[in-house]
Design a protein around this ligand. Structure first.
Ligand code: FAD
Length: 492
């Protein structure tokens, strides 16, 4: 019997499973596909307060998210990295005083400690004058952070397992029923079925949260979701420098252009109501053209559809607050608890998670367990704010850690050393093992994924398929030739 069954291996499910397991609860996490295979690998990958949300008075969310930015920098110093964002002022759009006020609030409401504050900048000077069109003269620069979203999910799941959770990927929960004082869940994995019992269930099924809630309550649970698709395009690197741009568009929306995987620029996102099957979500031509058009309003060089080398799309599982526009629906999270009083006392609880951000997942997990604690015994000791994620336990900052890596394994190519340090932190030792030369890491399966790395990911990070390796555990898929994924798949 489990204390807690968590349905959904996105960021919210993985974060809740980790937190609960660390409190000593017996936890099962089930994910129907791969970890992070849906919304949690399709985000813009910002650990941010959400400057834009200030316009919609989402002060609670922004404050919590800014606070979490500092926490995540501390507990995942390998994965989360600071980034400066450049916001050009554009005549006819938001006035300067408004941008200045927004940034003042952004600098001050979230307990910023380590990141530099915002400042005004001259866009007629390098490097911006060579990147942006001539009409941009003044702008602002502020701090946020960037994270590999899928790896953040995986590291939470790895830590959950190391703290005793049973993590079952490619395992779908197909039925949920209350039986006396516990839940009985029917799971299906690769054609085989099994049943598990749990004292409480967390429904962190993202875009499927309404359907899982309906399955558990026989249709009694109210639907709360608004599904809003967001898409990104990836083009060859558009500009030099470690900074990102945040572009305002005439429709009131904003679009980011972010340095991505060394050789690329990531541009996104869109907001479109989605009514199809969340398992089959792709960018439309209209979204692609919209993103190209917004970027072309700013960059000297226009961005054309033919420049797009890769795309991805995801569904925001937002809490329906009846906002008029898809861009303004709240990005905050909301819980729904189903725990009707039975004859013998409270029925075993079901907690459903709506909304949320990658940025706020850790706090969301704490709040979820606090809410569950009103209905059954949850050890009351929040612990995750100070506990580093696997690989994050280096002492003197990321740059010093990279220098150490280069000194210990001087034969690792510089790019690989940096990539391994970012992805695996101190667990790089487990990836490299006893290898004493590049050749000892085995064949390059494509894009720099060696046999040793693939073995590690299969062994320790729940990877199974080529897509798991190339698009979620790493982003090496972007750097590969068309045939390489087959070579990776065949290598198992
Ligand atoms: C375009 C876009 C940009 C975004 N940008 C940012 C950003 O920059 N910063 C930020 O902080 N946030 C961002 N977000 C928000 C963030 O990505 C999401 O809030 C978050 O990923 C949601 O995670 P989740 O765990 O709730 O859902 P998901 O990641 O979708 O996870 C739910 C999982 O449940 C599984 N599941 C469903 N039903 C079952 C079942 N019956 N049995 C087993 N498993 C099941 C699914 O397979 C899925 O993997 C963005 C979102 C989008 C779409």
């Amino acid at each position: 019997m489990f204390d807690l069954l968590v349905i959904g291996g996105g960021i919210n499910g993985a974060g809740i499973a980790r937190d609960a397991a660390g409190r000593g609860m017996k936890v099962a996490l089930v994910e129907k596909d791969d970890l992070a295979s849906h919304t949690s690998s399709a985000s813009t990958k910002l650990v941010h307060g959400g400057l834009r949300y200030l316009e919609h008075y989402e002060f609670r969310l922004v404050r919590e998210a800014l606070h979490e930015r500092e926490v995540l920098l501390k507990i995942a110093p390998h994965l989360v990295r600071p980034m400066r964002f450049v916001l050009p002022h554009d005549r006819g759009l938001r006035p300067k005083w408004m941008l200045r006020l927004g940034l003042f609030l952004y600098d001050h409401i979230g307990g910023r400690r380590t990141l530099p504050g915002s400042r005004g900048i001259d866009l007629r000077k390098p490097p911006h004058e060579a990147i942006l069109q001539d009409r941009f003269r003044r702008g602002f620069e502020y701090s946020d952070c960037w994270v590999d979203d899928a790896r953040l999910v995986v590291l939470n799941a790895v830590d959950a397992r190391e703290r005793g959770a049973e993590v079952m990927t490619r395992t779908e929960c197909i039925a949920l029923k209350r039986v006396g004082e516990h839940w009985r869940a029917t799971l299906r994995a690769g054609g085989a079925g099994k049943t598990v019992r749990a004292r409480a269930v967390v429904n962190a099924a993202g875009p499927w949260v309404d359907s899982v809630a309906a399955m558990a309550t026989g249709g009694r649970a109210e639907a709360h979701l608004r599904l809003v698709k967001g898409s990104h395009i990836v083009i060859r690197r558009m500009f030099e420098g470690p900074h990102a741009y945040i572009f305002q568009n005439g429709d009131g929306r904003i679009v980011f252009a972010i340095p991505y995987e060394r050789d690329f620029t990531l541009i996104g996102t869109t907001d479109q109501l989605f009514e199809g099957d969340p398992d089959a979500v792709t960018i439309s031509e209209e979204e692609r053209d919209y993103l190209c058009a917004v970027a072309s309003e700013y960059f000297r060089e226009p961005v054309e559809a033919a420049d797009v080398v890769s795309t991805y799309a995801g569904i925001r599982p937002l809490y329906e607050d009846n906002a008029a526009s898809n861009a303004t629906v709240t990005r905050d999270y909301v819980f729904a608890i189903d725990a009707p009083d039975g004859e013998t006392g409270g029925a075993p609880p079901l907690l459903s998670v709506y909304g949320g951000k990658i940025t706020t997942y850790r706090k969301l997990a704490e709040h979820a367990l606090e809410r569950l604690g009103e209905h059954f015994a949850v050890p009351e000791a929040p612990w995750t704010a100070d506990a580093v994620l696997p690989g994050g336990d280096f002492e003197h900052g990321f740059d010093a850690f990279v220098a150490e890596v280069r000194a210990i394994w001087p034969w690792l190519p510089e790019e690989t050393a940096l990539r391994f340090a970012r992805a695996y932190g101190t667990r790089i030792e487990r990836v490299i093992g006893r290898a004493q030369s590049l050749a000892d890491l085995g064949r390059d399966l494509g894009g720099g994924m060696t046999e040793a790395e693939a073995d590690y990911l299969h062994r320790e990070e729940f990877a199974h398929t080529a897509d798991d390796l190339l698009w979620r555990r790493s982003k090496l898929g972007l750097h590969m030739t068309a045939q390489a994924p087959e070579i990776v798949a065949a290598a198992r």
